[in-house]
Design a protein around this ligand. Structure first.
Ligand code: AGP
Length: 619
């Protein structure tokens, strides 16, 4: 939530900051703003700022009409509102009492009410409803007392509670930007004679691919020539340098109307990349970032998967695969619920945290809780250097590349791949599957990218179907076994971007209530299991018959060659033939295309749906 940018260097700061905000806008788009330090001849300097409610385009319009003065030091923000409505006044940056310090913030300052009352008692006038403005005043009080901006930031961070990334500039100190982080993302971009700050590397990827990851509770100062890191007490600290393995083209739409559509079509490559290098020369599975010894894996007696939203559905698929291949019991839990049910955890429990962004606050808090109970934590994540993998004992990185559309697509498919790899790896170590069985599944996985291509080649059929449903207000999705999470994911995609009432159900649950929703003409998308599992297939057909008998229009996703389904399908979308456990990798794709096309036809902003943000860094 919220995108943050900072810059010091020879370029015009306004351009660099606004460009960075454009790349981070997927993180929040309620309002946007920039602040620049404008040096004055006799020293001193002043802050020039502009901010505007709504999308970044609104701010750009303001800036086009009234360009800010030239400056080489600036900060910017794109907001997902927590405290106060998304209007011009609450937009960041916020200024201190004397307009000397400008500051942007991501996160929540939990003790802001108390801090605000103290400031107000001292006659500070706070114009916004935000927690951020309080921090701007506090930092400014410190610099006014004579310390530099770095010390001011360190001191203020010591009194703040909650989660925050803060980035500030001081009008009297035009050559530096100072930032701090606690439980909220921030990376440094290392250039030549210039440095950048961003909520993620997309903010500066067109200028540099060299990045520096910061630890928890650290303050960082960037100048043209260097980066200096300390903890909140001012003790020197170090960041971890890394090279970003994707470039600007990955963060561009590449001729597509939406990032989401581009990302759907990137899935064959994303899946293939996530499988690359996972087999040793001897043919054994290897997971480089696993960091858990074989003995530790053999000791695991229970797995708890924690995740949110789409990642949670990947976890549901993982349960089927892990239990089937390793015989280890698996629980799947929403990360927002996990801590509050007092889960039973010990050293023999492996907690698997699935998070595309690696920053989801609920998931982060859940893994911290697990670690206090001596459980090992393995993260499945797409974002190198993010907090969740950093705080985990082991990590499997997915290699989807940057996912910018708020609705996750390639993130989901690559999470599935990582879950299958984890399951197979554990089966290898524990000896619950023979090597040739593991090889066979790996070969099936390696065939998936081409099979996804074939689904994508049929996109037009799905687009036509979406066109037929422009007037629809409600859609149901049915699945069984690994098709059940696919049904949930299909429904979530429609809710997120088409704003339709959409529900996914396990087909067997229909007659326990949901069937009452079925009325004449209601579209029901049915994920039909492959025929290898005849019982499953037959049961699914019974469910389809039940809704059809009550007037539903059945849209069935079934594998090529499945003729039994034909009499029960009003519309038939063919899927490649894959084993039941791997079917989510192909069955999800038409549902993504359906949601993307329908939302487009309805005139919605597919990449930036209302009320949502890509990275949910508040609980
Ligand atoms: C997916 O389309 C959603 N935008 C959302 O449900 C997302 O999957 C969820 O917020 C979890 O995010 P994470 O994977 O970054 O932790």
């Amino acid at each position: 939530m919220c995108g943050i940018v900072g810059y010091v260097g020879p370029r015009q700061a306004q351009e660099v900051v606004v460009e960075g905000l454009r790349r981070l806008e997927y993180r929040g788009y309620d309002s946007a703003g920039v602040a620049l330090v404008v040096p004055s001849e006799g020293g001193g300097g002043r802050i020039a700022e502009a901010k505007k409610a709504g999308k970044l385009a609104n701010l750009e319009k303001v800036l086009a009409e009234d360009l800010l003065p030239a400056s080489h030091t600036g900060i910017g923000h794109t907001r997902w509102a927590t405290h106060g409505a998304p209007n011009d006044v609450n937009a960041h940056p916020h200024l201190g009492h004397e307009r000397r310090v400008a500051l942007v913030h991501n996160g929540i300052i939990e003790n802001f009410a108390e801090l605000r009352s103290r400031l107000e008692a001292d006659d500070h006038v706070l114009v916004s409803e935000t927690d951020t403005e309080v921090v701007a005043h506090l930092v400014e009080l410190q610099v006014e007392s004579g310390v530099d901006l770095t010390t001011a930031m360190q001191r203020v961070c010591q009194v703040l509670e909650g989660a925050f990334t803060l980035v500030a500039v001081d009008a009297h100190d035009p050559d530096r930007v100072v930032a701090a982080r606690r439980n909220s993302p921030l990376v440094v971009g290392v250039g030549e004679g210039e440095h950048f700050l961003g909520s993620d590397v997309a903010a500066f990827i067109e200028h540099t691919r060299e990045a520096l990851e910061l630890g928890q509770d650290q303050v960082v100062v960037i100048t043209r020539d260097g980066v200096q890191i300390t903890d909140f007490e001012g003790r020197p600290a170090e960041g971890r340098r890394y090279h970003v393995d994707w470039d600007l083209s990955a963060a561009e739409k590449d001729g597509h109307d939406w990032f989401m559509r581009k990302e759907i079509f990137e899935q064959p490559k994303a899946v293939a990349d996530s499988l690359l290098g996972r087999r040793s020369q001897e043919g054994l599975l290897q997971l480089d970032e696993m960091r858990l010894a074989d003995d530790e894996i053999r000791d695991i007696s229970k797995i708890i998967i924690i995740a949110a939203g789409t990642s949670f559905y990947a976890g549901m698929v993982a349960k089927y695969a892990i239990e089937h291949w390793t015989r280890i019991p698996v629980e799947v839990e929403l990360s927002s619920e996990f801590r509050y049910r007092d889960p039973i955890l010990d050293y023999s429990t492996l907690v698997v945290a699935i998070s595309q962004s690696g920053e989801t606050a609920d998931t982060l808090q859940a893994i911290r809780h697990a670690r206090t109970q001596r459980s090992k934590v393995l993260a499945i994540c797409n974002t190198n250097g993010s907090t969740i993998p950093r705080e985990s004992d082991a990590v499997i990185y997915t290699h989807a590349g940057p996912e910018i559309g708020v609705a996750s697509t390639k993130g989901f498919l690559t999470q599935l791949v990582a879950c299958y790899l984890l399951a197979l790896y554990m089966a290898q170590v524990k000896g619950t599957r023979y090597g040739d069985e593991i090889d066979e599944v790996m070969s099936q996985l390696e065939a998936i990218p081409a099979q996804i291509e074939s689904v994508l080649a049929g996109a037009q059929q799905v687009y036509d179907l979406a066109e037929d449903h422009v007037g629809t207000r409600s859609v149901l999705f049915l699945g069984r076994h690994a098709g059940y999470p696919v049904a949930l994911e299909g429904a979530l995609k429609l809710k997120e971007i088409a704003y339709l009432h959409a529900e996914g159900f396990a087909a067997g649950e229909l007659k326990h209530g949901p069937i009452a929703l079925v009325e004449e003409g209601l579209p029901v998308l049915c994920v039909v299991p492959p025929r290898g599992r005849d019982q499953l297939h037959e049961k699914m057909i019974s469910g389809i018959q039940e809704v059809r008998a009550r007037g539903a229009r059945t849209i069935c996703l079934a594998e090529h060659g499945d003729t039994k389904i034909e009499p029960y399908a009003d519309v038939l979308i063919r899927l490649p033939r894959v084993p039941v456990l791997l079917q989510p990798l192909v069955a999800t794709v038409p549902l993504q295309l359906f949601a993307c096309e329908l939302a487009t036809l309805l005139g919605h902003d597919v990449d930036q749906p209302r009320n949502l943000a890509k990275s949910v860094t508040v609980e």
